[in-house]
Design a protein around this ligand. Structure first.
Ligand SMILES: *Cc1c(COP(=O)(O)O)cnc(C)c1O
Length: 438
């Protein structure tokens, strides 16, 4: 249901998030779209039902002014459609498919675009579930992968692919940027360039990015020529730590294929979650802007703290650093994910995490509340040692997702928790006493 109203073309996404793709006359003048909590939809006539099914099964293509009719919620539902139309606006995408989770988006998309014998080249570390899917599940489908590292040059990545001996089978380049948890940037233009180089007349190498960390507000990879943009909508898009969802965006043709497999697998988002995400989208930009402003202040403050050895945050990059050049080309703002090394090791990092009061100790990110975790032992416990060494992922690293709280209050909390780190040389009795601080 693409919104064809004239004024829409001149509006920014944030102005359209409350109304785009929905007409109040569809539901008794209701300003908000209702939750279409239904599994199935009635046909006006048997002829209409037949026409809808012909489309759903690809027996004919959509007419120029035709919209696919509603049949059954595994195939489509207004709350899912309106959500998808709105998500398209931020990334300038032709089409979007919304999913029950980020992992549902990733697995469904990869299964649709890959086939037995294919090779995937990916940048590690990836989100744990994604890496597991690539390394453990896809080989069962006879799909192999090779990996490269953030910061590697185009020549080095090209070499990695060639050395695999299967460069002619390369089907997909897959990456995350900024990389989790150390915010290393992967050059989007480099990946697009490699995709072109390895493509042949009858074989296009696709490129896909998991844009969860900066998108859809601060990074727009489709505009750089990336084919597929994927999200865990559980994070910034949902933004309230209360839903699990995902999305894939790209050309109408690609998303049509992805949606066909989604209908078969049943990995679509539910109507209720779709509706909640529409509510989240109304405040997406102000939330991410505020989170980013908070993060800039906190990263700057951390970079001067004597108990902090190194802060990993794109906002602290300096001209002259190759990472800074990449940042300038592809990011509109540094986002709200900060990692930092505490002076010491696991013991000091744990002491810090156990002493926070306002900030909660939990994985996940992008929500209104600030969350902190220990990547080495938690989100990245399965990552290979060589990747850990290369990316600076050590026992002293702490990752914080900055929320919308008052930045002074967040700094106060981090400051008081860092004081417990200073006591790292004390006796067991004192240590036990401070364990109670939570
Ligand atoms: C959380 C996350 C995922 C997985 O998303 P779910 O919604 O939990 O399935 C994938 N990629 C990134 C970068 C993530 O942070």
């Amino acid at each position: 249901m693409k919104d064809k109203r004239e004024y829409v073309k001149r509006m920014k996404p944030e102005s359209l998030m409350m109304s785009y793709g929905y007409k109040p006359e569809w539901s008794e003048g209701s300003v908000k779209s209702p939750i279409f909590q239904t599994s199935t939809f009635t046909f006006k006539t048997a002829e209409q039902g037949k026409a809808h099914f012909e489309l759903a099964y690809g027996k004919r293509t959509l007419g120029p002014d035709e919209e696919p009719g509603l049949v059954y919620t595994r195939i489509n539902n207004p709350d899912i459609e309106i959500l998808e139309d709105r998500l398209c606006l931020w990334d300038g995408a032709e089409a979007c498919a919304a999913f029950a989770s980020g992992m549902a988006a990733i697995s469904t998309t990869l299964m649709e675009v890959l086939q037995p014998g294919d090779l995937v080249a990916f940048c590690e570390p990836l989100y744990g579930g994604t890496e597991h899917f690539l390394r453990e599940f896809l080989p069962k489908m006879k799909i192999e992968s090779v990996s490269f590292l953030p910061g590697q040059t185009i020549d080095e990545v090209r070499e990695v692919i060639k050395r695999s001996g299967k460069a002619d089978k390369l089907a997909l380049l897959y990456f995350e940027s900024p990389a989790n948890p150390t915010n290393g940037l992967v050059d989007i233009d480099m990946v697009v360039q490699l995709g072109k180089e390895f493509s042949t007349k009858d074989r296009k190498v696709l490129t896909a990015i998991d844009n969860t960390f900066l998108g859809p507000i601060f990074q727009h990879p489709l505009k750089h020529g990336i084919d597929l943009v994927i999200y865990s909508a559980t994070k910034y898009i949902g933004g309230h730590s209360d839903v699990i969802a995902g999305a894939t965006l790209g050309s109408a043709e690609m998303i049509h294929r992805v949606k066909a497999l989604r209908s078969m697998l049943g990995t679509m988002v539910g109507a209720h979650t779709g509706w909640l995400l529409m509510r989240s989208l109304e405040t997406l930009k102000p939330r991410m802007m505020l989170q980013c402003e908070n993060a800039k202040k906190i990263a700057e403050w951390l970079s001067h703290h004597p108990k902090v050895r190194k802060v990993y945050y794109p906002g602290l990059l300096k001209p002259g650093d190759p990472q800074y050049e990449i940042y300038q080309r592809q990011c509109d703002a540094p986002g709200a994910m900060i990692s930092f090394d505490i002076v010491g090791g696991e013991r000091e990092a744990f002491r810090f995490l156990n002493s926070m009061k306002l900030i909660k100790l939990a994985v996940s990110l992008g929500s209104t509340e600030s969350l902190a975790e220990h990547p080495f032992s938690m989100t990245h416990c399965g990552v290979d040692d060589h990747v850990k060494r290369h990316t600076g992922l050590t026992e002293s690293l702490v990752r914080v997702s900055i929320g919308v709280e008052d930045p002074e209050d967040l700094i106060w909390d981090i400051d008081q928790a860092l004081k417990y780190v200073e006591m790292a040389g004390e006796t067991k009795v004192e240590a036990a006493a401070s364990e109670g601080v939570k």
